[in-house]
Ligand binder design. Structure first.
Ligand SMILES: *Cc1c(COP(=O)(O)O)cnc(C)c1O
Length: 354
């Protein structure tokens, strides 16, 4: 197999998922495995289900419908608030949806009633990262609203940190979440089944000395796929960090000056690169660009350094001349993985098929 390709070792992903499921279970925490970075891959879903996760989570209804159509009947969580225009699809897909808006909840309730279904919802509460969530002082109003809609069932309360502003899960904010759940239960005389404390950034908190409180679920994507904890991209002990490799071809390799000449304005992407003069170098071009991945989030093999990336060209420095057709194998971070998985130009290959 030649050409631009993402090689995927599902065995390693399965190992990561099993390890995290087991470790979390010792803290009384179940795992929602997040499939959004892999376009709702059915192969991934099967591996995750076998690894013993509680349910699957994805941000896109399209990915969820794709997995459902392929026969994945595991419980699923729609991780992003439903678009008002997609409410019927969300109800039809038979998922739990996360929600923060009263009008959307009313719309889901109507769609569920018409379809003769009960739709499960998880309310998201803001804990300081300033992405999705109702403000803590509005949580009771939201709960009251859901409880007043008989075709909805409130199955959980969740929170999400470290996505927009990198706010870390802590004893304080996780304690606040537990206290809010307790307060909802006593005020309304109900039991909240799932308290979903956050994403892979919560692992340090969850596996640390702090008691999990009411948190009994985490939604994990990056840690399962890439074996890393997202707050500082530390490798998690015992997990594989190399389940993915992006393999691309050299198309040019020339001895060139390291410093450009002529008057410099902005480049294609509005940047004005400052380049040090390091004399003559081996400049190699790889047929790989921003349409295929995030060039700044690749890890090159030893002896190769990524210098720059444009739409279709990745410029690397090599120790020697490479030949056109030579392949270079890159490791990927989350951003590179997300973009490569969703690029139609990148072939996706199972390791066992290689
Ligand atoms: C993407 C996402 C996750 C998974 O995050 P990771 O950092 O990949 O573990 C969890 N929850 C929500 C709401 C998400 O959007």
């Amino acid at each position: 197999m030649t050409g631009l390709r993402l090689e995927i070792e599902f065995d390693k992903i399965g190992h990561n998922a099993r390890s995290l499921v087991a470790a979390a279970a010792t803290h009384g925490i179940s795992i929602t495995a997040v499939t959004k970075a892999m376009l709702g891959s059915v192969d991934l879903a099967r591996v995750l289900c076998k690894a013993g996760v509680r349910d699957l989570g994805d941000s896109r209804i399209e990915n969820i419908e794709h997995m459902r159509a392929a026969g994945i009947d595991k419980p699923m969580l729609l991780l992003r608030s439903p678009m008002a225009s997609q409410i019927e699809r969300v109800v039809q897909a038979g998922v739990v949806s996360v929600n923060t808006e009263a009008d959307v909840l009313s719309g889901l309730a109507t769609a569920a009633r018409v379809a003769g279904r009960i739709h499960d919802v998880m309310l998201m509460v803001e804990l300081g990262d300033l992405r999705e969530g109702v403000m803590p002082d509005e949580l009771h109003d939201s709960v009251r609203h859901v409880l007043g809609l008989p075709s909805l069932r409130l199955c959980g309360i969740g929170a999400n940190l470290a996505c927009r502003n990198g706010i870390e899960p802590s004893v304080e904010n996780m304690g606040d979440l537990s206290a809010m759940v307790d307060s909802v239960e006593t005020t309304f005389g109900i039991e909240i089944e799932i308290v979903s404390g956050g994403n892979s950034a919560n692992l340090g908190w969850a596996f640390g000395p702090a008691a999990p409180g009411r948190v009994n679920n985490l939604r994990l994507g990056e840690s399962i796929l890439l074996g890393r904890e997202p707050l500082d991209r530390r490798a998690l002990q015992g997990l594989h960090t190399d389940a993915f490799a992006l393999v691309a071809e050299v198309i040019e390799s020339k001895r060139k000056p390291s410093k450009p000449w002529g008057r410099a304005g902005q480049n294609t992407f509005g940047e004005t690169p400052v380049v040090a003069d390091r004399g003559m170098i081996w400049q190699t071009i790889v047929a790989l660009g921003r349409q295929d991945t995030d060039p700044g989030d690749l890890t090159a093999p030893a002896g190769i350094e990524v210098l720059a990336g444009s739409s279709d060209h990745l410029i690397v420095e090599t120790n020697d001349r490479l030949k056109p057709g030579d392949e270079i194998r890159f490791g990927l971070g989350y951003s590179a993985l997300l973009r490569s998985m969703t690029s139609p130009f990148v072939a996706k290959l199972h390791h066992r098929d290689l």
